[in-house]
Design a binder for this molecule. Structure first.
Ligand SMILES: C[S@@+](CC[C@H](N)C(=O)[O-])C[C@H]1O[C@@H](n2cnc3c(N)ncnc32)[C@H](O)[C@@H]1O
Length: 242
């Protein structure tokens, strides 16, 4: 099973009131002069459509690509509820997706490993006039993750898609604008959800979670209602280029 299909079950969904981080991203895009009004947009690794739906409300049309069918089902379900008709979803990896010479006004990729290799970044660069990339910048400070990885004889390191994109842009001598974000994320989950979530992080990095080790770390963190509140400090970079 695609690991992102599992993640889709509890992944954040679009809400008109974005959380502080998402609202900050949207505000920063406006500040950086991005205007989605009447534009054709491609959202690569769109997930449940937190940004896709927000953009579709302003844009002419949006194509959302994702290789997780469950993520796309959530997105389509929300579009139906909200009566949004200008989003087309495509179930594909970014590698396999056929552009057929189509060129968009804006391409966006947020927090997705879909745009990863030099080839992926080049394809992303060539498919639109304006490119927006928001990605991990190598910091996800979370004591629980650190402890869990150590218990599995591994070291957790946060993804760093931002570094790859920056290197690619600089190698190709392309001018870009960049904004840095820091987020303090506080998330409450039930004990069961926390086990699923942290096991997922091990799984996605090819580590088989040992349930006794996961439980040994998580159980003492439960409050009286058997919930676990995790705090994470994340760093992300936002790039815009033509
Ligand atoms: C962390 S989620 C981000 C979703 C959304 N962009 C957001 O900001 O909320 C990453 C998404 O990228 C998708 N994804 C990962 N690798 C991909 C690939 N190679 N091709 C297409 N989608 C991919 C996953 O299925 C998942 O929905």
């Amino acid at each position: 099973m695609n690991k992102w299909d599992e993640k889709a079950k509890n992944y954040t969904r679009y809400s008109p009131s974005l959380n502080t981080f998402e609202a900050n991203v949207v505000k920063t895009l406006e500040k950086m002069g991005v205007d989605f009004k009447n534009k054709s947009v491609i959202d690569v690794g769109c997930g449940t459509g937190i940004y896709t739906i927000k953009i579709a409300k302003i844009a002419k049309s949006v194509v959302g690509i994702d290789f997780s069918i469950n993520m796309l089902e959530a997105l389509n379900e929300d579009c139906k509820k909200l009566n949004i008709n200008n989003i087309k979803t495509r179930h594909s990896t970014w590698d396999d997706f056929k552009l057929n010479n189509q060129k968009f006004d804006i391409a966006i990729c947020t927090m997705s490993p879909a745009v990863k290799t030099d080839g992926n970044i080049k394809k992303f660069h060539e498919c639109a006039k304006i490119k927006i990339y928001l990605g991990w910048a190598g910091v996800r400070d979370c004591t629980i993750l650190d402890e869990l990885f150590l218990a599995h004889d591994a070291v957790y390191s946060a993804p760093n898609g931002a570094k790859r994109v920056k290197n690619w842009l600089e190698t190709n001598k392309l001018k870009y604008k960049i904004e840095n974000f820091e987020e303090l994320k506080i998330k409450k989950r039930t004990y069961k959800e926390a086990i699923e979530n942290f096991s997922w992080h091990l799984n996605v990095r090819g580590i088989n979670p040992k349930i006794n080790k996961v439980e040994k770390i998580l159980k003492p963190l439960c409050d009286n209602a058997q919930n676990i509140t995790e705090q994470t400090i994340n760093k992300m970079d936002l790039f815009i280029w033509k």
